[in-house]
Design a binder for this molecule. Structure first.
Ligand code: GDP
Ligand code: GDP
Length: 437
């Protein structure tokens, strides 16, 4: 399970700056491309080689309970109340304010494990800044400068120390052939209809894999002779009426499902197009580097004209994940499911393909020779050699000189070249550029 850490604090103390520092994925090519609208309030911190955790920026806790402000406040509170750890963020420059006192009082009532984070300590005496908040009575506090990325590693250490043990997760690697799939998407796109349909089909053998936490359940199934594990299906199978705040909250569940899967199937409702919420779900899957299949559901309910419209919309809105296969399905009638599972299988095969150093080097040389990087202000990048460095997603390390001058366009060219040459579909591809040999 992915533990949840909530950032709480009054406006302007630097919560969103801290959020970005914690959740930013390095080396990713897919970021901030047009079409990727994202909800900047939820993300995942993935410290190298250590336990990942979800981060929610609650915006602000204090405030009226009425109207729009009230809605935000209620959601922030709900987030904080669910969190495994609250980071109470304060401003080291301004010191403690009345609003901080109010938030503290609320936090005491909420009684969640809380760590005090004194931000903006750049150019300040850290001890003095910490002392400012001594009367808050936290035995530990961490001083950071989010804007300068100072103290962040120590903060992550402190966070990890306070998070619950990852626990005995659902066995992930017992059968390397078994493909772990998560069906994700905003409410009402048809996730539970699909899962229940899959489980109802007789040629499929389904069995529950007991989850370790209250909400996590995995189901093993076979289809066309291939084994799959549907992860995090609890929320999908047992449907209950949920209020709006909780509904919004399923984004945490989405993050958890993404974390556990190898292939994320993002479901859309063909009749509604690609909404901002859909784009957010896509972005979360991309951030995690997961293999991706887009299932365009409710295809049955459309007229020919509407289908044409839907096709055009998919091309327009999903351009930023053009490498992902989009499959038209009807969960209700069970059509398109064979094609859907073929796409899942292809995405998984691409994502987990193991590369040899020679083929990577040959590909790099071929890409470089047929289109060398352009000269930028008198400098030109040289790509010397490359090697594979991991799967899911396929990751390639490229060594060379003046790599800083490589443009995004060139990096995209490399990516597309590798994709074509190795026939990679349905998976992101990552390049890590290393200066020197
Ligand atoms: P939020 O309202 O709590 O999300 O705060 P923001 O992250 O938007 O930051 C508010 C302001 O504080 C922005 O102008 C930031 O650039 C600035 N800020 C954030 N972190 C730091 C820091 O570590 N040091 C300094 N000097 N300024 C910071
Ligand atoms: P979830 O919130 O993503 O799990 O969505 P549900 O599975 O509960 O589906 C939401 C609504 O869409 C229900 O009324 C379903 O009957 C309907 N629905 C689901 N799949 C299809 C489909 O393939 N075609 C049509 N026409 N309706 C569907």
């Amino acid at each position: 399970m992915l533990p949840l850490v909530a950032l709480v604090g009054r406006p302007n103390v630097g919560k969103s700056t801290l959020f970005n520092v914690l959740t930013r994925t390095r080396d990713a090519l897919v970021h901030d491309e047009p079409g990727v609208t994202r909800d900047r309030h939820y993300g995942v911190c993935r410290p190298e080689g250590r336990q990942a955790f979800a981060v929610v920026d609650t915006g602000g806790i204090a405030g009226e309970d009425e109207g729009l402000v009230g809605a935000t406040t209620r959601q922030a509170r709900a987030a904080a109340e669910e969190a495994d750890l609250v980071l109470f963020v304060v401003d080291g420059r301004e010191g403690a304010s009345a609003l901080d006192d109010e938030i503290l009082a609320w936090l005491r009532k909420a009684a969640r494990p809380t760590l005090l984070v004194v931000n903006k300590t750049d150019g300040l005496d850290s001890q003095a800044a910490l002392n400012e908040f001594a009367r808050y009575g936290f035995s530990d506090a961490v001083d950071v400068s989010s804007a300068h990325r100072r103290g962040i590693d120590d903060l992550i250490d402190e966070v990890l120390e306070r998070l619950p043990e990852a626990g005995s997760r659902v066995e992930l690697d017992d059968d390397p052939e078994r493909v772990r799939v998560a069906f994700i998407g905003r409410p009402n796109v048809g996730k539970s209809t699909l899962v229940n349909r899959l489980l109802g089909e007789e040629r499929m053998i389904a069995s529950d894999v007991p989850g370790t936490t209250r909400d996590s359940v995995a189901i093993d199934m076979e289809r066309d002779g291939r084994p799959y594990r549907l992860v995090d299906t609890a929320g999908v199978r047992r449907k209950s009426k949920v209020d709006e705040a909780v509904e919004k909250f399923s984004i945490i569940k989405t993050l958890q499902a993404i974390e556990q899967c190898q292939v994320a199937v993002v479901m859309l409702d063909a009749s509604e197009g690609v909404t901002d919420q859909d784009a957010t779900v896509l972005a979360l899957a991309l951030d995690a580097g997961r293999a991706l299949v887009v299932a365009v559901n409710k295809w049955d309910g459309l007229t020919d004209y509407q289908r044409e419209q839907a096709e055009a919309m998919l091309v327009r809105k999903l351009g930023f994940v053009s490498w992902a296969e989009a499959v038209r399905i009807s969960a209700k009638h069970g059509s398109g499911l064979r094609e859907l599972f073929r796409a899942i299988h292809r995405a998984h095969a691409s994502a987990t393909r193991v590369f040899g150093t020679t083929e990577v080097n040959n590909a790099l040389e071929a890409a470089y020779t047929s289109n060398p990087p352009a000269t930028v202000r008198g400098h030109v990048a040289k790509l010397r050699f490359g090697h594979p460095s991991g799967t899911n997603p396929p990751t390639f390390v490229i060594h060379g000189t003046r790599l800083r001058t490589l443009t995004d366009t060139y990096k995209r060219y490399l990516e597309n070249f590798f994709r074509k040459r190795f026939k990679l579909v349905g998976t992101p591809v990552r390049f890590i550029f290393k200066e020197g040999s």
